[in-house]
Design a protein around this ligand. Sequence first.
Ligand SMILES: [Zn+2]
Length: 278
Amino acid sequence: MPEGDSLYRFAARLRPALEGRVINAARSHGPGPVPQVERIVGATCTAVRSQGKNVLISFDNGLALRGHLRMHGAWHVYAPGEPWRRLESQARLVLEVDGAVVVNFSAPVIELIEERALAVHAPIAALGPDLLADDFDVGLAFANLRDPSRAALTIGDAIMDQRAMAGVGNIWKNETLFRCGVNPWRRIGEIDDETLRTIVTTAQALLRASVGKPNSLELKHRPSLYVYLRGGQPCARCHTRLRSAPQGNDIRHTAWCPACQPVAEGQMQPPEGRWRSW
Ligand SMILES: [Zn+2]
């Protein structure tokens, strides 16, 4: 599942291929072809960036492409004539520039929009502060998470709410809560300010480390995964068997250590879970 750090890496890979180049050809494939994509042919790409889980590609004619990958999407860069690593039938968008072919596979959302409309375009405008942005606003993310409308959410669901803060997906949800020692089924309204702030800064540090940026945990490499997909295995810290269970409306699997992330007094009991690796 692509998270903010994956999108950041996709953008970093696309940038040298596209920025400053003229789009020689643009084709979209079904299902759901990208309307009017031919309008970027002849335009020059001015910027490629990620924002939360979106990749935004801007052009000098005022248009921008927004891609959201959901579960299975990917961006690839090929040399002209190089065989693709995925089936052509999965390609959603193909951009040809001098020296490179950029292919988007399987993104459920790719759209062409006016750059000046981005600020009010709901999927972008509604995003909370981007954890990977250098000017990430911890205070705003904290305030968003503390919004009374979110008080009854479990912390496992809340930190993946892209309108509160953008970038955390299922991997870093699991790993952030393990590192903070917080049970994923605690409701956010039961979590004290200091712990909540630590959760935000830990998520930021893990995402930054994952893309090679300096971070507050002083991690030099992509962070180790302690619990993600490790249900049923012994905890790396205390050897207690990790548990895992589906969580949230979109049923993402959460794994946790019952000893390192104990149930707090009065909190909702987590589901029994299953001893298997997901
Ligand atoms: Zn443990």
